[in-house]
Unconditional design. Structure first.
Length: 341
């Protein structure tokens, strides 16, 4: 009945992670300053992004197109740190939402920037903010099948163009309070890049075993959050309510199929906001002290946000720790993947 919504991996390890931090800090206070006239006219308080979403700042690149060079740098870094040669990589998946053009794929420029060889398959896998987790699952399945040994998953995101378009639109003299709140989530977005390297666990006892997990879809919600370079338009209430229902369903599905995630050492979530995090905590009764957060200083970096958060948490993890990666993407889709450290 569940089909392939639950899955297990037999011989796959996470060998390394890398983050490239976008160099320009953009504070929520600076957005408030630019939107001061609109906030006053709509009788909205300053500090709303920090008070409601918990986002104090986010990062941007020097140039919007730097997202792909950031992804390539993250890929080169994780190969260097793990000691795996580029020639050994058989697959590279780019999971970013951001793209400059409809074609070619973002993957081809990142593949070239990393210095991967012609035999390394490469393509884009996009699924909103869930793309990176989906990419890990696909790569792990291919490693388990014996098709390849090493796979890179990368994501580089640029939010600056969405931010600027949104601020320009919210600065209009005829903007309404409802329109402002409909685009509020756009201002939580941030830029950055991340990469993960997966390989066969039997060849890398030092690696972190990717055990498997669960996926669930609720695609009748595909119009609740729609975005492009011009902006992101969100039914915040509908997205939160339906997203929590989906996450709860996936959680109980997993436990019905033999998983037990009630006492993990870390719950690494897609980074959205205080409201999103607190709602998941309440929905499935999680320990807040085991949830690392990066959105206060980085915002929502799309599919790169979860691996960035795991990268920063990794230094605190020890052998045997159990980590649950919990991703949600507009559409709606969710995935939860367990890693044994």
């Amino acid at each position: 009945m569940n089909g392939n919504s639950t899955f297990r991996h037999s011989n796959v390890a996470l060998l390394g992670l890398a983050e490239v931090t976008a160099p320009v800090e953009v504070t929520s206070a600076s957005f408030d300053e630019r939107l001061g006239g609109t906030l006053e006219r709509l009788n909205l308080p300053h500090g709303l992004l920090e008070r409601v979403a918990g986002v104090r700042a986010r990062r941007n690149w020097e140039h919007p197109s730097d997202f792909s060079t950031g992804a390539a740098e993250a890929g080169r870094t994780v190969l260097r740190e793990t000691g795996i040669d580029a020639e050994q990589v058989g697959l590279m998946i780019n999971a970013s939402v951001t793209r400059e053009k409809l074609e070619p794929s973002v993957a081809v420029s990142v593949h070239h920037g990393i210095g991967l060889q012609p035999h390394a398959m490469n393509f884009d896998l996009t699924n909103a903010c869930l793309g990176f987790v989906n990419g890990m699952t696909l790569a792990a399945t291919m490693i388990d099948s014996g098709q390849l040994d090493y796979a890179l998953i990368v994501a580089g995101e640029d939010a600056s163009r969405v931010q600027e378009s949104t601020i320009q639109r919210l600065s209009r003299s005829d903007i309404t309070r409802a329109e402002y709140l409909n685009e509020f989530a756009s201002l939580t977005l941030g830029s950055g890049a991340s990469a993960a390297l997966l390989g066969p666990a039997d060849k890398h006892p030092e690696g972190h075993r990717i055990l498997g997990g669960v996926t669930r879809a609720a695609t009748w919600n595909h119009q609740l959050c729609v975005g492009d370079h011009d902006g992101m338009f969100t039914d915040a209430k509908g997205l939160l309510e339906n997203g929590m229902e989906l996450v709860t369903t996936a959680w109980h599905t997993a436990h019905g199929d033999g998983w037990d995630w009630r006492n993990m050492d870390a719950y690494v979530m897609h980074q959205v906001s205080d409201i999103h995090t607190n709602s998941i905590v309440k929905a499935v009764d999680l320990d807040t002290t085991r949830i690392p957060k990066t959105y206060p200083q980085l915002g929502n970096v799309g599919p790169a946000s979860l691996p960035i958060t795991l990268t920063r948490k990794a230094a605190e993890l020890t052998a045997g720790d159990r980590v649950l990666c919990m991703g949600v993407g507009s559409g709606l889709n969710t995935a939860m993947t367990e890693i044994e450290w």
